[in-house]
Design a protein around this ligand. Structure first.
Ligand SMILES: *Cc1c(COP(=O)(O)O)cnc(C)c1O
Length: 380
């Protein structure tokens, strides 16, 4: 029986499109290669003829897409001789940084907003052995401190301003194109710092470079001449659509938001680090930004879990919430193929899930009659 070679992570798979050398020691946990799930029930509910796929990034090793960037960032940090990494985080970056640092045998320092982080994410940073610094401030305050700290201590920043992060994250676009045999018409993502929407655009642009001009001005890894580009593997790139939480929507307000607030803590960011790149992506792809209320976000999260069996965290559901609205309004036309990135796993934030779920939990005596009643009363 022919066996397929073991999957060993995205750097091994996309080695020729990533800035690594033959003898680079790869720090990997088998990230990437996540399922692209075609939704059956949601398009039916919308009564629209659209193909919606969700890219379930919550199935990465630490439960979010951050692992794609972190395998590259930590691999390069170790290659450069770094003994410690640092990040500011709303939770998922710290979880990924902590895990990959543990794998590499180096130290991770993580700055998180005191009290505004989902329980699962805090548990991860602690279990993976990071040194957690809870600041009495928000993500944006933490980001500022991390940038200043690199002048005072020998630590490598692994936030998405580290260009290797975006290089790792661009591989999600490769996987989507390979699986669909083409680029989707629309790609919808939740937007916080806007690193991920930028990374996807870089990936799509490498597989379908424009015939004139630079591959994409959003890529800082080259001067318009992508060392990995020129592929022309497929003929088109998607329209990129970014959704923010209404209480935390600097791209809709036209500038930083001082006190960002949303139940979607992963995108509770008022001062996005990839501001210029995100606008470049919007312009080059002909896309747009929009905002979703917390109510819409939670409704989409629940719909996806109850109707499709896919459990993502609140921030991730912003992509589907926004896409559903734009499909309903015709902004995304019928006949389109749409990919929504589900950035993180629903298990990251059990508190929010339990609080908003209306699914019945029935308590009974441990007796046949009682359980029988509970079942027969609830059959339809
Ligand atoms: C980091 C993160 C985002 C936001 O990604 P950006 O690159 O900052 O725009 C969205 N959802 C989840 C679950 C995240 O962890």
């Amino acid at each position: 029986m022919p066996f397929r070679p073991r999957y060993t992570g995205l750097i091994d798979k996309y080695r020729d499109r990533l800035p690594v050398h033959d003898d680079t020691r790869i720090i990997s946990l088998g990230e990437g290669n996540t399922p692209l799930i075609r939704l059956h029930n949601v398009p039916r509910l919308l009564e629209k003829d659209v193909d919606i796929y969700v890219k379930y990034e919550g199935l990465n090793p630490t439960g979010s897409f951050k692992d794609r960037g972190m395998t590259m960032a930590v691999t390069k940090a170790v290659e450069a001789g770094s003994k410690a990494i640092i990040c500011a985080s709303t939770g998922n970056t710290s979880a990924a940084a902590a895990a990959y640092a543990a794998r590499a045998g180096i130290t991770a320092f993580v700055l998180i907003p005191d009290g505004k982080i989902a329980m699962g994410k805090l548990a991860q940073a602690m279990m993976y052995g990071a040194i957690t610094i809870q600041i009495k401030g928000n993500f944006d305050d933490g980001m500022q401190l991390v940038k200043e700290m690199t002048e005072h201590a020998p630590v490598t920043i692994v936030n998405s301003i580290n260009p290797f992060r975006l290089q790792g994250q661009k591989t999600a676009a490769f996987e989507i194109v390979e699986e669909l045999g083409r680029a989707p018409d629309f790609h919808c993502l939740p937007v916080g710092n806007a690193g991920n929407i930028t990374a996807h655009w870089i990936g799509y642009s490498e597989y379908a470079p424009p015939s004139d001009g630079p591959v994409t001005e959003a890529c800082t890894s080259c001067d318009g001449h992508c060392p990995y580009g020129g592929g022309g593997i497929v003929g088109s790139r998607p329209t990129m659509v970014g959704y923010q939480a209404a209480g935390s929507a600097p791209f809709l307000r036209g500038g930083p938001v001082a006190e960002p607030d949303t139940v979607a803590t992963a995108i509770r960011i008022g001062n996005p680090q990839s501001w210029d790149n995100a606008w470049t992506v919007q312009r080059e792809s002909g896309g747009w930004f929009d905002e979703c209320t917390d109510t819409e976000i939670l409704a989409a999260q629940k719909l996806l879990a109850e109707r499709e069996g896919v459990f993502c965290e609140p921030a991730s559901a912003a992509s589907l919430a926004g896409a559903m609205r734009d499909v309903r309004d015709g902004k995304i036309p019928e006949g389109s193929s749409i990919v929504c990135t589900l950035t993180g796993n629903g298990l990251k934030d059990p508190d929010t899930a339990i609080k908003q779920s209306s699914a019945p939990v029935i308590t009974t005596e441990a007796q046949l009659d009682a359980v029988k009643t509970a079942i027969l009363d609830n059959m339809d």
